[in-house]
Design a protein around this ligand. Structure first.
Ligand SMILES: [Zn+2]
Length: 224
């Protein structure tokens, strides 16, 4: 069969890039339209979100233990750290390979999102695309099998909250990277001023990590 042959052949990334173009409703990074959901305020496909979350996982792990930020060498103190670094590197590489040759204009993306955003607010999450959405649909507690007791709490627009959470987490992770970069820059504090600066950065870092931990709790509570 011709189809089987083409499928089993090596993936020609250049060819895919040439063909793929962003269209409304598709992933803004790779143009795929499979399992597209909001991720950091952008529509991203299931594959992209999975890879991004591998990178986030690694950053979170490194941040939690105060380890060197991602990038550079894979040198690690133990296997777990190394695994995170390798996974994140691979995920990043795959994301780069999937990337559209030309990323869509953010204004066009926002415009295409408007009607969709409205529908997300007006209807409970994941009822519309139950076929494509993953575990989040099945773990949703209010799926009324018994239908005897209506939920006491008002139905919250989870999707919006989670998107906001993710934006905050992203911001915090960026902040963390910036703090780490500054601390690396100072290195071993030589004088009083440098030591004070390091101590200040460490306090900032602790605050960011505490906030991240709190957000992570909230994210789990939201069933994501
Ligand atoms: Zn994608």
């Amino acid at each position: 069969m011709i189809d089987a042959q083409t499928l089993s052949g090596p993936i020609d990334i250049a060819a895919i890039r040439n063909v793929r173009r962003w269209s409304p409703g598709a992933c803004v990074w790779c143009g795929d339209d499979n399992a597209v959901e909001m991720f950091r305020n952008e529509p991203r496909c299931g594959t992209c979100r999975e890879k991004e979350s591998v990178i986030d996982e690694a950053r979170r792990f490194l941040g939690m233990y105060g380890l060197r930020p991602l990038g550079g060498t894979l040198q690690s103190d133990d296997d777990e750290e190394r695994e995170h670094r390798v996974n994140a590197r691979d995920a990043r590489r795959e994301l780069n390979e999937m990337k559209l040759a030309e990323l869509p204009d953010p204004a066009a993306v926002r415009k295409a999102l408007r009607p969709r955003a409205a529908s997300v607010v007006s209807e409970p999450r994941s009822t519309a695309h139950s076929g494509t959405s993953s575990a989040s649909a099945s773990t949703r507690p209010s799926t009324s099998r018994t239908s005897a007791t209506p939920p006491v709490a008002p139905v919250r627009t989870d999707a919006v909250d989670v998107a906001a959470l993710e934006t905050r987490v992203t911001g915090l992770l960026d902040q963390l990277s910036a703090i780490d970069a500054q601390m690396n820059l100072i290195g071993e504090p030589a004088g009083l001023a440098a030591r004070a600066r390091i101590s200040d950065l460490e306090k900032q870092r602790a605050t960011v990590l505490r906030t991240l931990a709190a957000l992570e709790k909230a994210r789990i509570a939201a069933g994501q």
